[in-house]
Write a protein that binds this ligand. Structure first.
Ligand code: FAD
Length: 379
């Protein structure tokens, strides 16, 4: 089957790109989106699932609700990508397009950290978050590690959110004194792109008695023991991990990756193959792997496609996005980041506040409505 545009992956990047092309071209958009899942889940909702604030069923956004002129979403698993011919194979068929956009996100490589699957837990996938949700109610105390097993990983401040929310969760259950929390991060600060956000996070860790080990990575787990890359051994009763990230195998097999990610022209997001683009976590941009950066990349690629189809003006990738941090006590902080429009990174920091929570709710509501036609959730 031949179409104008095939978008691989219906995550932040794919959903936004399909929406933009539908808005611009209407019924003539000729867009096919292929995703193996039946629904989308915002990454940050997984932390809410871990701490029992919601369930996965409550936060799933079914693709059946993504109803846009000129766009079809196919629920199929992509098994092969030929970037030279822009041909995609799934378990159900073969598709060809004038433009191919790879937005397949990042997968988790648990095997890269020996013992992680057997002796630890991860909170970055739907399955991992659900498993932890079941474990926590019977947890009564001991050492807990929030540990990162590789870089780059999605949402730089995500693990900090987890550590802070964990502190408040244990406090509410009146078992905080029976627990110690250690946070292990490969980064120099919890949020390198915003010094102010990083400092506020480190101040909170100190206030809440969360021990921070920086520039260290978890490389191995044994029963109740985590080993870091500098040889440090940390005993634990509960390990909450961020697994090493990698490109989905089907993208590696396509020959498009180098060192796990797809090299692109940072200004256009085009790969080494013409009319083949990569956006979001899969692309080797060097920018944060975060939904909002996938969205700004989608905007740029939509204009590149419209330029080639209709002679409109293409816009360069701005490298803009917003990193949002839940403090776990009702407050939210966020940083508006702009990596590419000026000479150097611009960061506008908003300290943690209750108003920040309203900002995050607005972020969530806007996308639920824009992509899934769902009206504002009752808060
Ligand atoms: C705990 C956590 C908190 C986060 N918080 C935030 C936040 O506050 N703000 C923010 O902007 N970002 C946040 N993120 C990051 C954000 O979720 C990702 O950066 C974003 O989803 C990347 O978008 P994407 O389009 O590149 O890929 P994804 O959204 O991951 O979408 C990729 C899609 O490809 C599909 N796919 C993969 N392989 C195949 C295949 N072989 N066949 C068919 N389909 C396939 C998947 O099913 C998936 O739907 C968070 C992430 C986590 C884990």
């Amino acid at each position: 089957m031949k179409s104008k545009v095939i978008i691989l992956g219906a995550g932040f990047g794919g959903l936004e790109l399909a929406t933009l092309l539908s808005e611009a071209l209407g019924e003539d958009a000729g867009v096919i989106v292929i995703d193996k899942s039946d629904s989308f889940v915002f990454g940050y909702n997984r932390i809410d699932v871990v701490f029992g604030k919601t369930t996965l069923d409550e936060v799933r956004l079914p693709y059946d609700n993504f109803d846009k002129p000129g766009v079809r979403i196919l629920r199929e698993t992509i098994t092969a990508i030929d970037p030279d011919t822009r041909r995609v194979t799934t378990q159900s068929g073969v598709y060809e397009a004038d433009f191919l956009v790879i937005a397949l996100g990042a997968d988790y490589d648990l095997a890269a950290t020996p013992g992680l699957a057997e002796h630890g837990n991860e909170f970055y996938s739907n399955a991992g978050a659900t498993r932890l949700r079941d474990i926590f109610p019977s947890f009564s105390g001991g050492s807990i590690i929030v540990g990162i097993c590789g870089f780059p990983y999605k949402c730089p401040p995500g693990p900090s959110e987890c550590a802070l929310t964990l502190h408040h969760y244990l406090t509410e259950r009146d078992i905080r004194d029976a627990c110690d929390i250690t946070f292990v991060s490969p980064l120099s600060t919890p949020m390198p792109a915003s010094a102010e956000m990083a400092q506020a996070l480190m101040d909170s860790f100190e206030d809440f008695g969360i021990r921070l080990l920086r520039q260290r990575t978890v490389v191995r787990l044994d029963q109740g023991l985590a080993t870091l890359d500098d040889g440090t051994e940390l005993p634990f009763e509960l390990f909450l991990g961020v697994p090493k990230h990698t490109a989905p195998q089907v993208v590696i097999d396509s020959g498009l990756t180098e060192n796990s990610w797809v090299p692109i022209d940072l200004a256009t997001l085009e790969t080494r193959c013409s009319d083949v683009f990569a956006i979001g976590d899969i692309a080797a941009t060097g920018l944060p792997k975060s939904g909002t950066f996938a969205e700004s990349a989608a905007l740029s690629v939509s204009t590149a496609i419209l330029e080639r189809l209709e002679g409109r003006k293409a816009e360069r990738n701005t490298g803009t996005g917003t990193c949002i941090v839940e403090y776990g006590d009702g407050r939210v902080s966020y940083a508006e980041l702009d990596f590419l429009t000026g000479e150097s990174l611009k960061a506008i920091y908003h300290p943690p506040s209750i108003a920040g929570k309203a900002f995050k709710n607005g972020f969530d509501d806007t996308r639920r409505e824009r992509w899934f036609n769902l009206q504002t959730a009752a808060r």
